[in-house]
Structure formats: structure tokens, C-alpha cells
Design a protein around this ligand. Structure first.
Ligand SMILES: *Cc1c(COP(=O)(O)O)cnc(C)c1O
Length: 415
């Protein structure tokens, strides 16, 4: 038998250990479109409950925007449901190229190539442009998909301490004998919400003759004055060699991603990136929807401006209530709880108060760094945030963690 009882038990035991440690991830069923107000079935089989969503990547509130939905419908009607092909066989429609050109314009880059997701973009880009004569030097807190992409590449890899540019400089000096050096970072780091200092990084890369790759998934559409991303915020548009990003967050939140940057690097991806060559083309309705999102964003900065206001309001509210909030100025606002089980229990208590916010713990964040990661959206109104602040404060009191130091929380709950 291929799946004998002892093998089944092996897995059952592992799952049991996770459940007992309070770290088994249980999915909640949302029975409405993605929005600030959602209807949720949790635990499975329970009646629907209306809650405020405080943890979506729906930064600009475009996931269910009527114009985007309409554009997607039109894409469906005019170009069909799917293409049953990868891009280079018969999976490239006019719409795909239009989106590639529009993304290049939006990001201020030379060219763009679409991928089924940003995870795929990151899985494909490194091996497409580097060889074993080269070195990748990455920030120690980069996204899991970058780590996987780097693993799939034959280039040597090394890392520098999170956002520590002196350490990065040492590494760059160390690898001057390599053919190529590629520095890799997130634009905005997904778990802490802090931004990479791209202006300084561009200088360093110039000085030590290195290329720079930025994954801007948590920035494209809303960071920077006109929402172009972290490179706009730091005044280095046109100077990032490779940007990878997703359509699955601010840009409508469906699926898809891209590699955007130097023309030749994009062409190398088109020729060699395996998730591009061996995975299906992005469906036409998604492309049509994202094209509409870019039109909306290019016409006005109203949404990112509202998001910024909401973010400031929320950060200030949580801090005044006595929570330990990771510093930063992005719409990712982590409420630190340190202990995994506390994060889980806190999330369940919030849910009872009508607030949907998920606990994050190892391996998604380092051990002892458990948290509730809250995320703001332009879809939030002040009344949503006031209600959420009230609920957070109530639950914070219940667990007795308000106006406490990190050490006091750890002493009470453990790491
Ligand atoms: C979300 C995210 C991804 C994955 O994007 P998908 O398009 O959902 O695969 C990649 N990188 C970073 C930094 C992300 O935050």
C-alpha cells in the first residue's frame, strides 16, 4: 500500500502538534466580495457574521470596484474565458501586450513581462538572468517567494542584515571578483511595513557596479506621491534595474504579477523564465480588469491619499490606546504580541467583536515575533476605524497588554 497506516499517523501527529500548540492555521470562509465590510462563516458551519476587514491587501479598495468588475466582464465577453496555452505558443493576446506596455509606463521602466503571479515572477527571474559566475546579495527579511527564486538559481547567494547598508557595502566589496552582482530587497517589507532605503541602495549599487532588484508587491499603486511605488518615494524612478510586483494586492487583488525593468533583462525572462514558459497565460478578464485599475490610478491620486489619511489615523489610535506598534509610514501596521498562541487567541477575540484580523507567527515571521498584522484600505471609512479601535482596545484590556513593555508581555505569555 502506498499510504500505510503508520505514514498516515506520521502526518496526523504533526498536525496534532500544530493544533495543540495553537498554531494550526484555520481558514475562514468569506461569503461576500472583498471589501471593508465582509460576511464570514467561522468556524465552518456557523451562521454568517458581518465583520470589518482589517487584514486584506486591498489597499486601494479596488478589489470589488464596479468599474473594474465591468471591465473584467467586457474582457470576458470580448476575449473569452481562457487561452488554454502558455504565452509563447498561442497564449498572447493584444490585451497582454497592452498591459505590459501600460505597466512599463506606470512604473517608469523600459519593458515589462507578465507572470501568472509575483511568486512565479520571483521563481523565474533569477535563473533567467544570472549564472554560477554571479552572486545574489539579499536582505535577510525578503519575501518567501524571493527566497525560493534565489534557491532555484545557480548563482551564489549571500545576505545582509535587514536594511543594514553598511553590511550590504561589506558584502558588495567582498564580491567584486564576481561577473555580476545582484542586490535583492522588498520595497516595502510585508511583515513589518518598513521600506527599503532605495536612494542609498542605488548609490551603493552604482559605486560597486551591482544591479538592484526590488519586489514592490506591497507598494505598487499607493507608495510614492502618485503611487508608482517605493522607487518613487525615494526619488529613484528609472534607476531600479528590475522591479517585480503583483496584481494580487492593490491593483485589483485578482491574480498575476510581472517583472519590469531593463529591456534586455525582460527579454531574457521571456526566453528563459520557467514559470513564464511552462505555466498558463493570465486570463483575459483579469488583464482587462488590471488595465482598468491602471486607468483609474493614472487619473487621480484620491485613493492613495485617502489610504494615507486612514493609515495615520489608525497608527495614532492604536499607539494612544497603548499597543506596541511597529514603526513605519506604510499601511501595514503590525500590532506586536510576541507569543503565537496569544496572537491566535487575540484574533479570535477580535472576531467576536466584529473585527477580522489574523494572527501571524512562525514561520511567517521569526520565532517570538508573533503579531496581528493590520492593513489599511482606501475602502475604510473613519467609522470603520473607530469601531475597530474600540474592539482592539477592549480585547487589549481583556488580555492585559495595553501600556505594557515588550518584556512585560513576554513575561506574561512567553515568546
Ligand atoms: C504577496 C507577495 C508576493 C506574491 O504575490 P502573488 O502575486 O500573490 O504571487 C510576492 N512578493 C511579495 C513581497 C509579496 O508581498
Amino acid at each position: 500500500m502506498a499510504y500505510p497506516a503508520e505514514v498516515r499517523k506520521l502526518y496526523q501527529d504533526q498536525i496534532k502538534v500544530m493544533r495543540e500548540a495553537g498554531i494550526l492555521k484555520e481558514e475562514r470562509f468569506i461569503c461576500s466580495p472583498q471589501a471593508a465590510d465582509i460576511e464570514v462563516e467561522f468556524p465552518a458551519g456557523s451562521p454568517l457574521k458581518k465583520v470589518i476587514n482589517m487584514c486584506a491587501n486591498n489597499y486601494l479598495g479596488l478589489s470589488s470596484h464596479p468599474e473594474v468588475i465591468k471591465a473584467a466582464h467586457e474582457g470576458l465577453d470580448r476575449r473569452g474565458f481562457g487561452l488554454s496555452s502558455v504565452r509563447f505558443i498561442c497564449g498572447t493576446q493584444d490585451l497582454h501586450r497592452q498591459l505590459e506596455e501600460k505597466m512599463s509606463e506606470f512604473l517608469g521602466t523600459e519593458d515589462t513581462i507578465l507572470f501568472p503571479s509575483c511568486m512565479d515572477a520571483n521563481a523565474g527571474v533569477f535563473e533567467a538572468i544570472l549564472t554560477k559566475e554571479d552572486v545574489i546579495i539579499s536582505d535577510r527579511l525578503v519575501h518567501a517567494s524571493l527566497i525560493d527564486g534565489i534557491r532555484l538559481c545557480s548563482a551564489m547567494n549571500d545576505s545582509y542584515k535587514h536594511s543594514d547598508l553598511e553590511h550590504l557595502e561589506q558584502k558588495l566589496q567582498m564580491y567584486q571578483d564576481k561577473r555580476l552582482r545582484l542586490v535583492v530587497t522588498d520595497g516595502v517589507f510585508s511583515m513589518d511595513g518598513d521600506a527599503a532605503k532605495l536612494d542609498k541602495m542605488v548609490e551603493l549599487c552604482d559605486k560597486y557596479n551591482a544591479m538592484l532588484l526590488v519586489d514592490d508587491s506591497h507598494a505598487t499603486g499607493f507608495i510614492g506621491k502618485t503611487g508608482r511605488g517605493t522607487h518613487e518615494k525615494f526619488g529613484v524612478m528609472g534607476k531600479i534595474d528590475v522591479i517585480t510586483t503583483t496584481f494580487g494586492k492593490a491593483l485589483g487583488g485578482a491574480t498575476g504579477g510581472c517583472v519590469s525593468g531593463r529591456k534586455e533583462l525582460v527579454e531574457m525572462c521571456r526566453q528563459k523564465a520557467r514559470p513564464y514558459l511552462f505555466s498558463n497565460t493570465v486570463a483575459p478578464m483579469i488583464i482587462a480588469g488590471v488595465l482598468k485599475v491602471l486607468d483609474i490610478l493614472s487619473a487621480t491620486t484620491e485613493r492613495r491619499d485617502k489610504l494615507e489619511k486612514n493609515t495615520n489615523y489608525w497608527r495614532k489610535g492604536l499607539t494612544e490606546a497603548g499597543f506596541i506598534v511597529k514603526e513605519g509610514d506604510t499601511p501595514i501596521v503590525p500590532v506586536m504580541l510576541y507569543n503565537a498562541k496569544l496572537a491566535q487567541d487575540f484574533s479570535v477575540a477580535l472576531y467576536e467583536e466584529g473585527i477580522y484580523a489574523i494572527g501571524f507567527f512562525f514561520p511567517v515571521v521569526p520565532q517570538g515575533q508573533a503579531r496581528i498584522r493590520t492593513q489599511l484600505s482606501a475602502a475604510h471609512e473613519i467609522h470603520h476605524l473607530d469601531k475597530a479601535l474600540k474592539a482592539f482596545t477592549k480585547v487589549g484590556k481583556k488580555f492585559d497588554i495595553l501600556h505594557k513593555t515588550k518584556q512585560e508581555i513576554i513575561d506574561k505569555y512567553g515568546m
